[in-house]
Design a protein around this ligand. Structure first.
Ligand SMILES: Nc1ncnc2c1ncn2[C@@H]1O[C@H](COP(=O)(O)OP(=O)(O)OP(=O)(O)O)[C@@H](O)[C@H]1O
Ligand SMILES: [Mg+2]
Length: 316
């Protein structure tokens, strides 16, 4: 059997996205949104679906409930060419849901975690692990069942010969209980954004935050929104600027699309700068349609957008 390339382990949920909201929600009052989209949510699922859209053979390890949203998640992943062979269905937990209230370039999210909290180290498909080349884990803080074993998980994955990446994402509890000194040595690519690395290290500026993390990290890929991204490897820095798309809808999942683009290149053995640029490109494409995966659904349209954005970049 040919080796699968990417195993994404993480949370699964649907996103209910509200756009064009008339004001801000207040207790005791009702406001109206002009647009609703039901879509595959969750950082990890967006990363997996978009990596598959870029031609990476991808499987998912996670947990959903035995409910309609769970069916929707499974069908959508399969529809996007992500294998659900290692996704478990829980009878005792409902599928997670995130209600996204979108305001211009930012959003307010409410997440019901459900089954994603129940997954533990034992639910990871260890017997199949050596059939994969790369392991990516995302949204650590939402997956409470993985917290105590996170270093053991990455250590074991490395022991099976895979390369690894981690996108911690934000900690909704704002506790940031992740021992980066212990865990980062087992992570080949650490993929935070600026706000996250500041909170994790309890520093006030990004430079000081990077200094804290650098001694323990292999490669850092720092996401900086419309400023692009910064890579650090063996003390060397690679700064890249963002791509400029002609349309902007929202940036939900831009970071996950960046991860997909970066890892797709990384799997080809590309240089850090090329991995970052491919991440930036997919992050920018992500912003041209609602949610994290819409812009990656149609292969032809995706290819056209890739060419358009690369053209704008080389001619500006
Ligand atoms: N408005 C934008 N215009 C162009 N590119 C963008 C824009 N927003 C994001 N990107 C690209 O996508 C990458 C990742 O986005 P961002 O920095 O917002 O990640 P994030 O904060 O992890 O996002 P998420 O909220 O999805 O987790 C950026 O490094 C950049 O290259
Ligand atoms: Mg992110």
């Amino acid at each position: 059997m040919a080796k699968n390339e990417l195993l994404v382990v993480g949370e699964l949920n649907v996103d209910l996205i509200l756009n064009g909201i008339q004001g801000f929600p207040q207790i005791g009052k009702e406001i109206v949104a002009n647009d609703l989209t039901l879509t595959l949510g969750s950082s990890s699922a967006i990363m997996a679906a978009n990596a598959a859209a870029l031609g990476v053979s991808t499987a998912f390890g996670g947990m959903v409930g035995n409910d309609q949203f769970g069916d929707y998640v499974m069908e959508t992943l399969e529809d996007r060419n992500v294998s659900t062979a290692f996704v478990r269905r829980s009878d005792s937990h409902q599928t997670g849901v995130t209600v996204v209230m979108n305001y211009d370039e930012d959003r307010a999210n409410v997440t019901y975690c459900g089954a994603m909290e129940a997954m533990t180290i034992l639910d990871i498909p260890w017997f199949e692990m050596s059939n994969f080349k790369h392991f990516h884990l995302s949204n650590f803080f939402l997956q409470k069942g993985l917290h105590q074993d996170i270093t053991a998980i990455f250590k074991k994955v490395k022991g099976k010969g895979l390369t690894t990446s981690l996108d911690l994402q934000w900690d909704p509890a704002d506790v940031w209980n992740f021992d980066y000194k212990e865990c980062l040595p087992y992570i080949d690519v650490f993929m935070p954004n600026e706000a996250e690395i500041l909170r994790l290290t309890q520093e006030n500026d990004v430079e000081s935050a990077l200094k804290q993390v650098e001694p323990y990290a292999n490669t850092i890929a720092l996401k900086m929104g419309s400023k692009g991204s910064l890579g650090i490897k063996n003390g060397e820095r690679v700064q890249t600027s963002a791509f400029k798309a002609d349309v902007y809808v929202d940036s939900i999942g831009a970071g996950d699309s960046f991860n997909a683009g970066f890892i797709a290149k990384y799997l080809q053995g590309a240089e850090l700068g090329d991995c970052l640029l491919n991440g930036n490109l997919m992050g920018a494409i992500n912003t041209t349609m609602a949610g994290g995966t819409e812009a990656f659904k149609d292969k032809k349209a995706l290819q056209k957008k890739i060419e358009q954005l690369q053209h704008i970049k080389t001619t500006s």
